[in-house]
Design a protein around this ligand. Sequence first.
Ligand code: B16
Ligand code: MG
Length: 214
Amino acid sequence: KYKAVIFDLDGVICHTDRYHYLAWKQLADKIGVYFDEAINNRLRGVSRMASLEIILEGWKGTKFTEEEKTELAEEKNGRYKELLKEMTPNDLPAEVKATLEQLRTSGILLSIGSSSKNARFILERIGLSGFFDAISDGNNITKSKPDPEVFLMAAEYLNVEPESCLVVEDAKAGIDAARAAGMDSAAIGDAYGYPMAEYSLKGFIDLVKICEAK
Ligand code: B16
Ligand code: MG
């Protein structure tokens, strides 16, 4: 039986993926490098600097120095954070809220497992600050998904063994990370139907049945 559910944040709990897209798009247009939704999908679950490297694969000009790359990533993050400020508890989908509450009632531990360094700020914006039993995010990891570190840290914070955790993810890299951590996973959104996941969620609320059945 699952003792804990570890939720990815961006693309699972809320749709900050749209804001990442807009912020990267603005930066890409400014420096003049091609960027579209397909490239954006490759950035899911990937750290900020690694995301920039993926975007710069299409860059034909003189190579950027490490310092310039840091500046570009900071510029994107500034724009992204401006967009995050517009978020309110209304940006927490009702089905997600209901699912979290039902899982909590059934005694399952709930954690965040996100690559984002902005995770706590986002949770605050959508009214979930203090809700989770643990938060493992971009600030406590050195390797980003598909490395299992972010999920293994979440399990450690919860004091639950990895085999008893279920990960919910919208990124294929995140599903691979869960598998590498020895955890089952449920795919949603962009990762829906990915065969490496034990479950694919038609609706978020399906998690309640999965956790009851297991
Ligand atoms: P930040 P997740 C990930 O969040 C995003 O999917 C990814 O696009 C982003 O680059 C990464 O967080 C880092 O975010 O720039 O805020 O530190 O899906 O792991 O919750
Ligand atoms: Mg995600």
